[in-house]
Design a protein around this ligand. Structure first.
Ligand SMILES: NC(=O)c1ccc[n+]([C@@H]2O[C@H](COP(=O)([O-])OP(=O)(O)OC[C@H]3O[C@@H](n4cnc5c(N)ncnc54)[C@H](OP(=O)(O)O)[C@@H]3O)[C@@H](O)[C@H]2O)c1
Length: 497
């Protein structure tokens, strides 16, 4: 393909090029961007890692990763992709290794004519984020001169509490200005979360109803059927609150609840998102006890087979108090949302994998149909984020035929049902945006700050008492208390079929 000359030529440098994330997400994304002609004309991908020795071995690994994880294969692009790939075996904890990397990058830059522009992608363990940034500084690998740019793409987690996030941010922002920092929350790259904003602001049908006068409650769920997988070491110290709520669920909340931005620029959208995060009503310790539920899975039946409980997973302490489930009720205290509960829920080893935002509209007054059918279903607008991508609208209609009665019916739009591989992966969008210099779908520092402040207030209360874990069976919808949270309010979790 002819690659685009509109985009600046650049080096795309991957720290952790031999790791799991790089193999599952980054190479497939870059390959798909190449197929679609969305990469700059001169792009050189430079991987660094320890376990592979040569460029040939690296190219083989990338080929395998594309074969296993790419949504498209189209082998005719393979050679062109291979030409973009470069590799240096280095240990970045060693300053000599880093100096060697600096001169390797300068060579590739020269031979591939990438003009000094660079994306540094940190696909490494979070404790390496700071030391790598320090080495980038020490080796003068960030110049930010007026005619070249260097950008940082940094994986989650961004800190493990507000203090550590601040320390990390101080370190990276001493080197990169905010507009060159791309803090990844890959949920923001998901098609339907971008679509959520379009659906809200492009439809006179929805926007006028999007407030406390018409909406009864909002439910944001990200449920996983899988267990802990291979991320035990990290997960044991993080848990569901830090791993999922701090970033993905609060970002979904911000997109659902934000005011219309003045324009579609990164700055304007993020200004509105941060206001939502700022407006989350702080909770007293007593309120946290009453509004936040934590859980951990026991053994159970998942996908038709018996699976182990969290404490029996390899690498997990037998007395672990790490939560694998969180549900909460929170309020966004502003004019639009006062009094509307937002229910958030996420967990591992739940009944099904799904991510969705459910808007439940207020019930009709208790006359006409309601007089005889007090259990009429509410109107629901469901934004389905994964695995199905689409929108469903549930409303009430007369039962067909001569019988009396009202039944809920659904109108559904499915974006990925017919062509499951048409929908781009989040990392395709995120990498393309970082190369273009568009920070809209990345988390700005003040958003991270508000997210941690809220999460820290919960962690502080949790630290005071040991939970009685495990408290839900694998393959269920989580602890009873999570259902109780809504039942107290006369509501229930909605689960799409
Ligand atoms: N995997 C996921 O699904 C996922 C999802 C969301 C976020 N993340 C985030 O993405 C980041 C990477 O995760 P991952 O799962 O890909 O980790 P991983 O599989 O453990 O990979 C770590 C990478 O870092 C390299 N590395 C470690 N120490 C090094 C050193 N001293 N010198 C040179 N290279 C070194 C490793 O190279 P060698 O093995 O060759 O030594 C490997 O390529 C983490 O921040 C994680 O939180 C991952």
């Amino acid at each position: 393909v002819k690659l685009t000359t509109v985009l600046d030529s650049c080096l795309f440098v991957i720290f952790g090029a031999t790791g799991d994330l790089a193999q599952r997400k980054l190479y497939p994304a870059l390959y798909n961007l190449l197929i679609e002609g969305r990469l700059p004309e001169n792009l050189a991908i430079v991987g660094t890692g320890r376990r592979l020795e040569t460029r040939e071995a690296f190219i083989n690994m990338v080929d395998e990763s594309v074969a296993s994880f790419s949504r498209r294969s189209e082998p005719k692009f393979k050679n062109q992709f291979h030409r973009m790939l470069h590799y240096l075996q280095t240990d970045f904890s060693d300053s000599e290794g880093f100096a060697e990397l600096a001169s390797f990058l300068a060579q590739v830059e020269e031979s591939q004519q990438t003009r000094g522009n660079r994306v540094y992608f940190l696909a490494v363990a979070p404790e390496q984020f700071g030391p790598i940034t320090e080495q980038l500084r020490a080796n003068r690998m960030v110049r930010q001169s007026p005619d070249t740019w260097q950008r940082l793409m940094i994986e989650k987690p961004f800190g493990r509490d507000l203090d550590s996030a601040r320390a990390l941010n101080a370190q990276i922002s001493a080197l990169f200005p905010e507009e060159s920092i791309f803090r990844i929350d890959h949920y923001l790259g998901k098609e339907m979360l971008q679509n959520l904003v379009a659906i809200r602001f492009a439809n006179s049908l929805f926007e006028p109803l999007w407030n406390s006068r018409f909406i009864d409650n909002v439910q944001i769920s990200v449920t996983e059927a899988g267990g802990i997988g291979t991320r035990v070491r990290y997960y044991e110290t993080a848990g569901a609150l830090r791993d999922m709520v701090q970033n993905h669920l609060l970002q979904m909340l911000a997109l659902t609840a934000m005011e219309p931005p003045v324009d579609l620029s990164a700055q304007a959208i993020r200004n509105e998102k941060v206001k939502v995060l700022q407006a989350i009503k702080p909770m007293t310790p007593f309120e946290i006890e009453a509004n936040v539920v934590r859980g951990q899975y026991a053994a159970g039946l998942s996908g038709g087979r018996v699976v182990a409980g969290y404490r029996d997973e390899e690498g997990v302490a037998p007395t672990s108090t790490t939560e694998t489930f969180v549900a909460m009720r929170l309020f966004v205290q502003n004019f639009r949302w006062a009094g509307v509960p937002f229910y958030l829920r996420t967990g591992k080893r739940l009944a099904r994998r799904s991510a969705e935002v459910v808007i439940e509209f207020k019930s009709m007054p208790g006359v006409l149909y309601f007089a005889s059918e007090p259990r009429l279903q509410p109107n629901l607008l469901v934004i389905k984020v994964q695995p199905e991508e689409g929108v469903a609208l549930q409303f009430n209609a007369k039962k067909m035929g001569g019988t009396e009665g009202i039944v809920p019916v659904k109108m559904e739009f499915c974006q990925n049902c017919e062509f499951p591989h048409h929908s781009p992966e989040a990392y395709e969008r995120l990498i393309a945006d970082a190369i273009r210099g568009d920070t809209t779908l990345f988390t700005r520092w003040d958003e991270v700050e508000h997210q941690w402040r809220f999460i820290d207030s919960i962690v502080e209360v949790w630290q005071e008492a040991s939970p009685s874990f495990p408290n839900y069976g694998a393959g269920t919808w989580g602890p009873r208390e999570a259902d109780e949270l809504l039942r107290q309010d006369g509501r229930q979790w909605h689960v799409s079929d």
